[in-house]
Design a protein around this ligand. Structure first.
Ligand code: ADP
Ligand code: MG
Length: 636
């Protein structure tokens, strides 16, 4: 007897569903892509219980007539490609014609759709792949798709779903990707009945990013130059120096508007960031690549997440160049002028993060996935300090290795103006008068226990043990002081009784000449004094050194290493402040208790107390829970 059989359609769909829809977020990806392909201007994503109970996508796209509505539920039914030439030049998100039947085969599925001009529309219900009803539909034009009880008929797959919170965090991430890639369309996300995001359509991608991640993060982004290399166009935004993450969640890349992952791009980023990133850290990127559809193959991954580039090296090079250039110019974006209006606080944030004493503090805009362990001795987040999000620093099953990796300053660590509504940063000049004075961070109460290795201050907090890197903390404090002084007209400087004469190489003379003005604002007054010679007339008062010429040499060397990368472009003042500050602080100083106290106070008066100017953490916390687990007093 022959053994081979053709799979029934519904079984084949269930098998395909395993590839296409591995979890609720994937259903959302497919359905939102369909809505966008249908030309929707507004897409609403509604989920209940992490998408396991309900996913409802409503769009105002072209809709379908009865025939198409029936047909679209068949396997390999697509309106998007007809020939193999079409496949080579795909401009739509979908093309496999697999999503709808796959999703419908593993859920209780309802589709209601109406074309704009049509008198009535069509409603179809499918239960686990079996058509159960077809009716007329009188709703708005566009399409609504409801997916209930996902995987109800495939218990094995349902078992693989994580907690509702985790599934929801994937959904939110997916939503962000769509929203960034399609800023022209309005997007709404509703979680368990509460509006989490409501984003009006905009032509300004930065405005969209701001609506999603908040002003604080946006203020730390730098713009990539619009660059073209071998037919590959690169644009977008990246986190400036000192901004990094311990995972790739905020390393976001789009190819022709489609979120993708690619090793070539990862390499390009790594190369471009070079030493602007610490080991084990990932950059924050909103990177947009555009190229001819013939230059890559998107059809290698069922969820179309991975691509194969025909010239991976060119992609890598294009990305690396753009990043390098952006970092060298170091130009911070103009701070958006944010009118204060009603805040729509993401509902997911309401329980965990609303901090009564500082109402505008948001939780990190991209939450760590709840199934990803927080690092042991996680770097402190303000939320942790402010006790309202104790679980932020809990570390289930965390590893030591991750400890050093979780230094990313939390995006929630700043006073954030409300995320909506926002006007375009380019056209509205920032009026300093209008800016709220930075609210001083609530100083948590710490009991100082002692000093370890002359470097780490040990302290007790209500949550457990806190370690402060005295050197990193000093750097942060001095850096912010210096930057502020620089902005306000200059670091106080001391005139030298006898001007110093500084002889330099022609290369050093060049970098010095280009930065004389910025250095002047940092209290270093120097002027050209013959070829490759400078007369130094004043130095900053904070400087405590016996050999000012050697100190200046170090500063120039540092400037040189920065500027060799940036050639003719002006250095960011931040970078200069960092450089000068690095050479002005002495580590391993023995501090008295009042000095430690003062340092702590200064640190918490900083805008960004939780990391040094190079992105290393200043404070690390080990919670009591953590310690109890380590000592075996508590089950891991
Ligand atoms: P694909 O997107 O790969 O073509 P799908 O199974 O996702 O396959 O969708 C099948 C077809 O159904 C699409 O090609 C499109 O014609 C139609 N369709 C799906 N969703 C929508 C929608 N929201 N609005 C209008 N048409 C849709
Ligand atoms: Mg599709």
């Amino acid at each position: 007897m022959s053994k081979i059989r053709i799979l029934s359609d519904s079984l084949a769909s269930q098998v395909a569903a395993g590839e296409v829809v591995e979890r609720p977020a994937a259903v959302i990806r497919e359905l939102v892509e369909n809505s966008l392909d249908a030309g929707a201007k507004h897409v609403t994503v509604e989920v209940q219980r992490g998408g396991t109970a309900l996913i409802r996508i409503t769009d105002d796209g072209c809709g379908m007539d009865r025939e198409d509505a029936m047909l679209c539920m068949e396997r390999h039914a697509t309106s998007k490609i007809r020939t193999k030439e079409d496949l080579a030049a795909i401009r739509t998100f979908g093309f496999r014609g697999e999503a709808l039947p796959s999703i419908a085969s593993v859920s209780r599925f309802r589709l209601a759709t109406r074309e704009r001009e049509a008198l009535s529309g069509t409603e179809i219900e499918i239960m686990g792949g079996k058509l159960s009803a077809v009716k007329d539909h009188g709703g708005n034009h566009g399409t609504v798709i409801e997916v209930r009880s996902l995987f109800f008929n495939v218990p094995a797959r349902r078992k693989f779903l994580r907690t509702e919170a985790t599934e929801y965090s994937h959904i939110e991430q997916q939503f962000r990707l769509h929203a960034i890639a399609n800023a022209h369309a309005a997007f709404t996300l509703i979680r368990d009945g509460a509006v989490t995001f409501h984003l009006p359509g905009t032509a300004d991608i930065l405005e969209r990013i701001r609506g999603l991640v908040g002003e604080e993060l946006v203020s730390r982004l730098i713009k990539l130059p619009d660059l073209e290399h071998l037919g590959i166009r690169v644009s977008g935004y990246i986190g400036g120096p000192g901004l990094s993450r311990s995972n790739r969640q905020q390393q976001i890349t789009f190819l022709n508007g489609r979120p993708i992952e690619s090793a070539s791009i990862n390499y390009g980023l790594k190369e471009g960031f070079h030493n602007a990133l610490m080991k084990g850290q990932y950059p924050v990127t909103f990177l947009f690549l555009e190229m001819e559809a013939q230059a890559f193959d998107i059809n290698v991954h069922p969820a179309k997440k991975e691509v194969r580039f025909h010239d991976g090296f060119a992609v890598r090079e294009a990305v690396a160049r753009a990043v390098k250039q952006a970092l060298e110019t170091g130009s911070k974006l103009p701070t958006g002028h944010v009118p204060r209006g009603p805040v729509i606080l993401p509902s997911s944030q309401q329980t965990e993060m609303v901090i009564p004493s500082a109402p505008s503090v948001r939780r990190p805009a991209f939450p760590e996935r709840s199934d990803e362990p927080w690092a042991t001795g996680a770097a402190l987040t303000p939320s942790a300090l402010e006790k309202n999000a104790v679980n932020e620093v809990r570390a289930p099953g965390a590893t030591q290795a991750a400890a050093s990796a979780s230094l990313a300053p939390s995006p929630g660590s700043m006073r954030l103006p409300p995320p909506v509504p926002v006007s375009r940063p380019e056209v509205v000049p920032v009026d300093p008068e209008d800016e709220e004075p930075p609210a001083k961070k609530a100083m948590p109460s710490f009991r100082i226990i002692g000093v370890l290795h002359r470097l780490y201050i040990l302290m007790e907090s209500t949550e457990g043990l806190v370690l402060m890197d005295q050197h990193a903390a000093h750097e942060r404090v001095n850096f912010e002081k210096m930057r502020k002084a620089m902005e306000q007209g200059g670091v106080p400087s001391q005139r030298l009784l006898m001007p110093l004469t500084l002889q330099t190489s022609p290369r050093d003379a060049d970098v010095l000449t280009r930065n004389l003005e910025a250095l002047g604002r940092l209290g270093i007054e120097a002027e050209p004094f013959g070829p490759n010679t400078f007369k130094v007339e004043a130095l900053p008062t904070f400087l405590k050194t016996d050999d000012p010429l050697a100190w200046l040499d170090q500063v120039i060397e540092e400037l040189q290493s920065l500027s060799s990368k940036s050639s003719s472009l002006r250095l960011g003042e931040d970078m200069i402040a960092t450089t000068v500050c690095r050479h002005s602080i002495k580590a391993n100083d023995r501090l008295s208790t009042p000095e430690i106290q003062a340092l702590l106070e200064d640190l918490f008066a900083c805008e960004m107390p939780y990391c040094c100017p190079h992105g290393r953490p200043t404070l690390i916390q080990m919670s009591i829970n953590e310690l109890e687990r380590k000592f075996g007093r508590q089950a891991p």
